[in-house]
Design a protein. Structure first.
Length: 94
């Protein structure tokens, strides 16, 4: 699912996607400025089949949420987080 750059996308939107699309495999939320850790935590909780996540340019995401996705989504094999100034560690460093 690609929702990249959607100006009106919020945590509530991503939470609704996570809760209703539990078999989601790929999500592109790149450059959605209103998305925060709450979105990634919802994905980690509900979308355990997630394999690919593009969160490039999401400036409100922190290491805590990224680690939740890596920890709780056992199939995740690609996480793109370039241009995310609030992240300090690469995904492989838990």
């Amino acid at each position: 699912m690609v929702v990249a750059g959607c100006a009106n996308l919020t945590d509530a939107s991503i939470m609704a996607i996570a809760q209703n699309c539990e078999e989601l495999i790929e999500l592109d939320i790149s450059y959605t400025k209103n998305v925060t850790d709450a979105s990634l935590q919802a994905l980690a909780k509900h979308c355990r089949a997630l394999e690919k996540l593009n969160a490039e340019g999401c400036s409100n995401l922190t290491d805590t949420a990224l680690k939740a996705v890596v920890r709780d989504c056992p199939r995740i094999d690609r996480v793109l987080v370039c241009d995310c100034p609030s992240l300090t560690l690469p995904p492989a460093m838990e």
